[in-house]
Design a protein around this ligand. Sequence first.
Ligand code: TRP
Length: 442
Amino acid sequence: MAQRETWTSRVGFIFAAVGSAVGLGNIWSFPFQTASNGGAAFLVVYLLAVFLIGFPTMLIEFVIGRRSKQNAVSAFSELGYGNWTFAGAIGVVASFITLSFYSVVGGWVISYIVGSVTGGYLGQAGTFFGSVSSGTVAIGAHAVFMAITIAIVAGGVADGIERATKFMIPAILVLLVGLAAWASTLSGSAAGYAYYLSPDFGVIANNFTSIVPSAMGQAFFTLSLGFGVMIAYASYLGRDDSLPADSAIIVVLNTVVALLAGFAVFPILAATSGVGGASGGAGTAFVALAGAFGQLPAGQIIGLVFFIVLLFAALSSSISLLEAPSSYVVDRYGVDRPKVAVGVGVVSFVIGIAPAYGYVGLFNDFVFNILLPVAVLFIALFAGWVANRESVDELGRGTTLGEGATTLWLWWVRVVIPIVVAYTLYLGVTNFYSGIVTGAYF
Ligand code: TRP
């Protein structure tokens, strides 16, 4: 067997993980979830979810990945727990279901790149969203997005992924800071900041059962957790890096990008169509941003650059969603990587025809409310109660942390994470079920 590939450097790994984390989740989903769930009230719960649950969960995946040096499925048997491979298998299936709707939204981005060239959304941001977000245009763009994702994954891990992400993160930060600064000059923007930043705790109390599953789902989604992506990425990692330090960098950078997206979107919404209520659809970010580009001097060019960068961010995430199932099939069955990438990608494309016909909300909620918490729950139970202490001690390797820190984390993983996530899952299933029976998705 050939020597297993490793990242060319620690920085390479961090960029790839940030590339997976930063994506449509930050710029499309985060503003959309925040707008649909009461603004700042959601933001508070979301930040707690990211730091108290997401961050320690990322450490679980890093520990399993680096310890086993295997893909998400084989990792469990490699550590000596063959009957836990189902936990990895759930992730593999979940990741290409997630990819199916992710690619549809990625397709929207492609349509907005075209719209930036033709001027198609200028002065009519809402109408444009309506015309590209579902139907044949959406399917065509979804096909293009998926084809690009397949092509990158077919080419191998280190080259494709590492190279693309190195310039994308700085570019996205610069563009978002610029947009946020411009948005602050709009008249009427104050209402946007108020909605985004001053939490009304009454809103949290009254909407607790819907805010919690959305915030937790968003936290897992944006950090690329649950489906073994971070297990697979950490499996390529050298032994002497500090997992907590790497993870902290990834979590903070990812959070900064999402917060910046909010600082652009909410003031723009407030100054144009208004925040809250009607703005809470899947089009929130696209309509707000495209509307802004329509008003900016040189907005078409800025829009073009913005959506191209967003496409790169989306691709560095989608490749991780395709990489997870593909690397498993490659490792396990020894099939050619390009063939596997095409096969898995095509299946995911076909599933994605449904969201491309207007069911993005259904897929989104299924992934956020059910798949993500289920996957995280199993991983946490495994790390907390099944894996032996020797495996768990991988956390401290390459750090100055003592045994005590690992033990503390371990108890958090044993008790707090499973209870919180199980409760989230219960709420998520209830909400999803009532969405189905009340016809909210159809
Ligand atoms: N984190 C990505 C985003 O925010 C999406 C993503 C990539 C993902 N890989 C994942 C979500 C694995 C869950 C699991 O756009």
